[in-house]
Design a protein around this ligand. Structure first.
Ligand SMILES: Cc1ncc(COP(=O)(O)O)c(C=O)c1O
Length: 390
């Protein structure tokens, strides 16, 4: 049998073993235990609402698949992106851990918010580097619990995103460089000043907080599991450093009886996962990460996520810049009676990936897509100050 020639922008995972069970190495990255309880606790919070999982039957018909459903994170907490789940929770985890160390008791979210243990928590100054959304989430967490916060932004982050971070009371430091330069500067200053970094990406010797950020993201995945009893057969997930992809892949792998086919989607200039997959180890992106998809503009993966994404993503693919607008438009002005969805450039990347696959017969077939396929997409952000021009 001859394998049809695949396009250069699509690569299978050579390490893939679909019989590999979700084990300790994976549980270290994404621990499924206690997530339903976490969701229940969030349910007590007045700002929390489960985000919708939309059905797009007309799009599914057009693309030749059975179903397309979209988890719509543009409606998360009135915040506009899934990132709200990560930073806030990670800030809480640091503060509740500090109270636990001091008093051997575990305070609730409400206790910390009410400032019950200010004598322990007040001294924490939080910081992170961000292309925008994660910084806003950390700023929101620090504000919620009454802590000072300093966010490092790369040169290209929009003025609107900066304003949204400042509106949450954080100080902003602009770095003359890209996201990875902002990470380096944040690490340097945090170390010198004793600030606590709430990073969504990991590095050698620093992974506990990125893991707690990913734990926050798993809440959206648990919601999907409840909203879609049949479960998806295919999941397109966009990646920056890989935190979202690890939460989605790890959690679904752990809890579903049948592991879906996972496709990791990246901008071609920020293809750090695509290149790492080819190299078999964490590797830099081939481009300079100059992309309209700001949330995905990363040149380096989060290495702690390797045992999940590196072993269980089935496919890695890239998309071009000129595929973003059509995908945003397709969400905004849907086919037939499909619901309209507001997305941002990074939010629609999964859809851009799916439509790209559907234009190449060999790719479509290689992924096992057909009229029985149930495809999950994640609209990871709404319109956060980058409106559609027409
Ligand atoms: C809207 C949006 N989607 C996807 C991502 C990618 O998430 P990760 O960096 O965890 O892969 C980000 C990251 O900032 C984002 O802001």
């Amino acid at each position: 049998m001859t394998t049809p020639l695949l396009p250069a922008w699509l690569a299978p995972n050579p390490r893939l073993d679909r019989d590999l069970a979700f084990g300790r190495d994976q549980q270290f990255v994404v621990n499924p235990n206690g997530i339903p309880e976490l969701l229940a606790e969030l349910g007590q919070c007045p700002a929390h609402k489960v985000t919708p999982l939309h059905r797009l039957p007309a799009l599914a018909e057009r693309l030749g698949v059975g179903e397309v459903r979209v988890k719509d994170e543009s409606q998360r907490f009135g915040f506009g992106a899934f990132k709200a789940l990560g930073g806030v929770l990670a800030v809480y985890n640091v503060l509740s851990g500090a109270v636990g160390d001091a008093y051997h008791s575990s305070p609730t979210f409400a206790d910390v918010m009410a400032g019950k243990h200010r004598e322990v928590t007040a001294k924490y100054i939080f910081t992170t580097a961000s292309s925008g959304n994660h910084g806003r989430s950390v700023a929101a967490g620090a504000k919620l619990f009454g802590n000072r916060c300093v966010i490092f932004l790369p040169r290209f982050t929009s003025a609107d995103k900066e304003a949204a971070i400042r509106a949450r009371g954080a100080e902003v430091i602009r770095v003359d460089g890209d996201y990875d330069t902002a990470v380096a500067e944040c690490r340097r200053q945090a170390e010198a000043k004793g600030w606590t970094i709430i990073s969504d990406t990991s590095w050698e010797g620093y992974d506990a907080i990125p893991r707690s950020v990913m734990r926050g993201y798993t809440v959206l995945v648990e919601e999907v599991v409840r909203q879609w009893p049949d479960a998806p057969t295919h999941v397109f997930v966009q990646a920056g450093v890989g935190g979202l992809a690890a939460a989605v892949i790890g959690y679904l792998w752990a809890v579903l009886p049948q592991r879906p086919v996972f496709i990791v989607v990246e901008p071609v200039s920020a293809d750090c996962w695509f290149q790492s997959n080819l190299a078999g180890k964490p590797t830099l992106a081939s481009g300079n990460a100059d992309t309209a998809m700001g949330g995905l503009a990363c040149r380096e993966i989060s290495p702690v996520t390797w045992p999940v994404i590196g072993l269980a993503a089935d496919w890695f693919m890239t998309i071009e810049e000129d595929e973003v607008l059509p995908a945003r438009r397709l969400f905004a002005r849907p086919l037939g009676d499909d619901p309209a969805i507001v997305s941002g450039p990074s939010g629609c990347a999964g859809l851009a990936g799916l439509t790209r696959i559907c234009t190449e017969a060999a790719a479509f077939e290689a992924l096992g897509l057909d009229r029985n396929a149930r495809v999950l997409l994640i609209n990871s952000e709404g319109d956060l100050g980058e409106p559609l021009s027409d």
